[in-house]
Ligand binder design. Structure first.
Ligand code: B4P
Length: 190
């Protein structure tokens, strides 16, 4: 089971690239953002609990997120490997993920970060916000809050994975196809 964490700032292209990588490497794709949005749309109990955080561009609390993530992983007992998209986003989530994977005899094989400049990414999100219906993409102050959340809570994860020699960085600027090739080069060396 080869588990890969796709890492990057909001709008770095994690979701976009995951769509290609899951097909190419026959991985199970779990996007925490997509699962939360599904629950919001269907007005589930989880959707009600995460709405206020997501709409504001804040991270959903760790306990809620990790419980949801473990439930998702447990739906795929026979997987080849999981492509984690948007999880972990805090040190607490990273530690919980390691502990959970260890409990099922598995581990994170690698973390791959898509790197790009904030101003380019903010433009991408504002562009997507014109058609996506995502409240968190429509307002520049909410988008900037997501970057602040990233800098405070998610960026420290790079050090966590570097210490374990599991961190790889890829240039996230270029065509979608070029970036898939860069990611593939890293994955094929694992
Ligand atoms: P996510 O859904 O993970 O959203 P994201 O960071 O906006 O997206 P991503 O990086 O996947 O970008 P995408 O490919 O879509 O999170 C949303 C919210 O959910 C969070 O703010 C938080 O509230 C909550 N949440 C999720 N996980 C959580 C966790 N673990 N803990 C707590 N809370 C959590 O691409 C963005 C745009 O760029 C698209 O329009 C795309 O078309 C475009 N694009 C992509 N690649 C491009 C390229 N190469 N060139 C030009 N444009 C490109």
């Amino acid at each position: 089971m080869t588990n890969i964490v796709l890492f990057g700032k909001p709008g770095a292209g994690k979701g976009t690239q995951a769509e290609f990588l899951k097909e190419k490497y026959k991985l199970t794709h779990i996007s925490t953002g997509d699962v939360f949005r599904f629950n919001l749309k269907n007005d589930t109990e989880l959707g009600k609990q995460c709405k206020v955080f997501m709409d504001a561009g804040d991270l959903v609390p760790d306990e809620l997120t990790t419980k949801m993530l473990i439930d998702e992983v447990n739906k795929h007992p026979d997987t080849n490997g999981i492509l984690f998209d948007g999880y972990p986003r805090t040190l607490s989530q990273a530690r919980d993920l390691d502990a959970f994977l260890e409990s099922i005899g598995s581990k994170v094989a690698a973390t791959i970060a898509l790197e790009a400049d904030d101003e380019i990414l903010i433009q991408r999100l504002l562009e997507r916000g014109k058609t996506s219906g995502r409240i968190d993409d429509q307002d520049e102050s909410k988008i900037r809050n997501r970057y602040q959340e990233y800098n405070e809570k998610t960026a420290p994860l790079m050090g966590y994975y570097k210490e374990q020699n599991k961190f790889h960085a890829v240039d996230g600027i270029g065509s979608i196809d070029e970036i898939t090739k860069r990611l593939s080069t890293v994955i094929e060396k694992l």
